[in-house]
Write a protein that binds this ligand. Structure first.
Ligand SMILES: NC(=O)c1ccc[n+]([C@@H]2O[C@H](COP(=O)([O-])OP(=O)(O)OC[C@H]3O[C@@H](n4cnc5c(N)ncnc54)[C@H](OP(=O)(O)O)[C@@H]3O)[C@@H](O)[C@H]2O)c1
Length: 221
């Protein structure tokens, strides 16, 4: 049994990770701002009031989990807002950086003492953060915040290599959660997470600092 800590566990893919990992017998700690009926029904440890943009709330979480060793830290919480040169909202772009880029970095910084040799840190990212794959434009805040998360992940892989801690960025593809605001497109969260868990199981130190699609292929930066 391994210990998994997941951010944004109350809905979407975070909820699905919590469900599937609990089902296969793992020790799961789900964090969220507010819990949900679905998350409470799983029967795992839930830590509420964890806002990844708040250093204070992340430090409170750190105090609560004390010296618990984390085998897999899944930094899943994220937001997306449409923005373009026409529909430009500075504050919304800034908020995407706070949640998508600084949030995961803050969590790793706070919980680095809970990670041990062989622990994995999974950064949930998006192909939209690939500069090479950007052929549609728009979504400035989302694209830039996930591209910057890639840079954070690469530095973390270098900085934590000596401790034997593995960092990987994973793209789930288009997944039917509240995130994409359309029920017609994408695959079901349960199918995406099932594949993501298999991918995470197989990631090793050799892969640290890589940017994966859920089928295991490498996405160019
Ligand atoms: N769905 C897709 O097609 C897709 C594609 C590529 C990448 N991704 C990535 O996959 C991850 C999960 O996406 P999803 O589809 O599961 O999204 P979702 O259903 O919209 O869930 C987002 C989660 O993030 C949490 N969150 C947002 N802001 C937060 C904050 N400040 N502090 C703590 N938690 C916060 C939400 O909590 P609240 O309920 O409190 O808001 C929610 O639990 C994200 O990082 C996203 O960028 C998704």
């Amino acid at each position: 049994m391994s210990t998994y800590l997941i951010t944004g566990g109350n809905r979407g893919m975070g909820l699905e990770y919590s469900r599937q990992l609990k089902k296969r017998g793992e020790h799961v700690i789900a964090t969220c701002r507010s819990s949900s009926v679905e998350l409470n029904a799983i029967g795992i440890r839930v830590e509420t009031d964890v806002d990844v943009t708040s250093q204070k709330s992340v430090m409170v979480l750190k105090e609560k989990i004390e010296s618990t060793q984390i085998d897999v830290l899944i930094l899943n919480a994220g937001i997306s807002n449409f923005d373009s040169l026409v529909d430009f909202d500075y504050e919304k772009i800034l908020q995407q950086f706070k949640v998508n880029t600084l949030g995961p970095l803050l969590m790793v910084n706070a919980l680095q003492g809970n990670l041990k040799e062989g622990s994995k840190v999974i950064l949930m990212t998006s192909r939209m953060g690939s500069i090479t794959n950007n052929d549609l434009g728009d979504y400035y805040g989302y694209r830039m915040s996930k591209a910057a998360l890639g840079m954070a992940g690469k530095s973390l892989a270098i900085d934590l290599k000596e401790k034997g801690i593995v960092i990987a960025l994973v793209n789930p593809g288009l997944v039917r959660t509240g995130f994409i605001k359309s029920s017609q497109r994408g695959i079901e969260a349960k199918d995406a997470v099932c594949k993501l868990i298999k991918l995470i199981d197989n990631i090793t130190m050799h892969d640290s600092g890589s940017f994966f699609h859920l089928d295991g292929s490498i996405i160019p930066w």
